[in-house]
Design a protein around this ligand. Structure first.
Ligand code: CMC
Length: 416
């Protein structure tokens, strides 16, 4: 393993140090490049840029592997709850029984909103998109939390975000504010907050609780994706946790990122409505003159199956079969996947289904409407965002401030 790389620019010889990761992924440390050579690097979309050293999650995009704190996602899905996974991601190790109990109890302690938040919420028009509302309320949340202890910030967010999500959903469907049930575990309480109706508590179904747990775990972290990088970038400017997470939500909302889960179901419904001609839609996705893309397909890092999509597909199939639902959208999604994976365009470009391809089908089977899908993604991604914000602070990462190649006018004078 080399510790430096040697290179020549215009006949001058330079050396730059090499940084290695746990799995020997290698990076050239260019932090002194401009000082020593006068050059910067040009990398739109940060396709080849490592912005930090991180120990939270690891993706091997060529093999299609994902680890949280070293544990394969396939093991976590089968052995852990979402709240254990959140603890793992935030603290680095899985909790023992006492630690898990104390973590869950502490979260329950913060299971309420300040009455001012409810007042503000009442004034937000109901036609706003849930992601906009969630992001805005998260932004102002810390204003109404007294004596914000350092470690309590994370627990407040874990406790309060599901309440905000339930509040938003219930107003949309004309239900009164949610009722928190402190006797339930995190995911069961989330379902109860969403779906209980006045004078009737929600009847828990283990098939649904299990599916929700699993889909939240699949979202929990995914290294330096667009929203997580946004959270880190804001934190690097010394912006507070709540504002940084709020900005991360705005990034997640984009259709190329977490907003893809809503876009996938809308696309599948369009395909069904227009007669279900899969080949026609695949041709449309391949046509460079057409802006349409196959939503839920492709990924910056995975050049193989996204392991999350494989698990989500199984979870969707399993729950739909166990619940005895017949879902034409699931059948269509499976046929579309099969067709695309045989098409040379998708094969050559290594475009596989990503997490968003099947997640919406799971949410729909739980009873969550399309407009809430990305909110659910945000609830799942919360531990990851917080862990990255915390890590960025502990690393003392410098303020994020890229350079640019200016291609505008040369210096000129106003002619008047
Ligand atoms: N349908 C058709 N063509 C595609 C697709 C797609 N879904 N995705 C990528 N391509 C093509 C793209 O046109 C390009 O072709 P060419 O080389 O001929 O110009 C090539 O594949 C490489 O694509 P790219 O846009 O340069 O790749 P990227 O790494 O910049 O973008 C992506 C990744 C996820 C934004 C993109 O694949 C995409 O737009 N997918 C659809 C949206 C989606 O499902 N997003 C969810 C991502 S996973 C959840 C998350 O973490 O947010």
């Amino acid at each position: 393993m080399c510790s430096v790389v040697n290179f020549n620019i215009n006949g001058y010889h330079y050396k730059l140090p090499v940084v290695y990761g746990t799995f020997y992924e290698k990076a050239i440390n260019i932090s002194q490049l401009r000082d020593s050579t006068g050059f910067i690097t040009f990398d739109p979309g940060f396709k080849n840029t490592g912005i930090t050293k991180s120990s939270i999650s690891f993706i091997d995009g060529e093999k299609g592997e994902l680890l949280y704190r070293g544990y394969p996602i396939e093991q976590i899905i089968n052995k852990c709850s979402f709240i254990e996974t959140s603890y793992l991601i935030l603290n680095g190790e899985l909790p023992n029984t006492a630690q898990l109990k104390s973590f869950s109890e502490k979260i329950k302690k913060f299971n309420h909103l300040h009455k001012e938040i409810n007042k503000i919420f009442d004034h937000i028009p109901n036609f706003y998109h849930p992601m906009g509302i969630l992001s805005s309320l998260t932004y102002i949340l810390d204003t109404f939390i007294n004596s914000l202890q350092k470690e309590d910030m994370y627990l407040h967010l874990l406790a309060k975000l599901p309440i905000l999500a339930a509040l938003i959903y219930r107003k949309k469907v004309g239900l009164p504010p949610p009722h928190v049930n402190p006797h339930l575990d995190y995911t069961s309480n989330l379902l109860e907050m969403f779906f209980s109706i006045p004078n009737k508590s929600y009847e828990q179904n283990p098939i649904i609780t299990d599916a929700l747990n699993k889909i939240l775990i699949l979202h929990a972290d995914h290294e330096q994706n667009c929203s997580t990088t946004t959270v880190r970038l804001l934190g690097s400017a010394d912006t507070g946790l709540f504002s940084s997470i709020s900005a991360g939500m705005s990034a997640l909302w984009g259709r190329l990122h977490g907003g893809a889960n809503q876009a996938v179901i809308e696309m599948l419904e369009d395909i069904l409505r227009s007669g279900g001609n899969i080949k026609k839609w695949i041709e449309k996705a391949k046509n460079k003159k057409d802006p349409f893309r196959l939503m839920g397909f492709g990924h910056r890092i995975y050049k193989n199956f996204d392991p999350r999509a494989k698990i989500a597909k199984k979870v969707a199939e399993n729950m739909i079969q166990k619940l005895g639902i017949s879902d034409p959208i699931l059948e269509l999604a499976k046929n579309l996947e099969k067709e695309a994976l045989q098409d040379p365009y998708f094969v050559e470009k290594k475009l596989y289904p990503n997490i968003d391809f099947y997640s919406g089908i799971i949410y729909q089977a739980i009873g969550i409407p399309k407009y809430m899908f990305t909110v659910m993604f945000a609830l799942g991604r919360l531990p990851g965002w917080m862990a990255h914000w915390k890590e960025m602070k502990n690393n003392k990462d410098p303020i994020g401030r890229p350079r640019q190649i200016y291609i505008g006018y040369k210096k000129r004078n106003i002619q008047k």
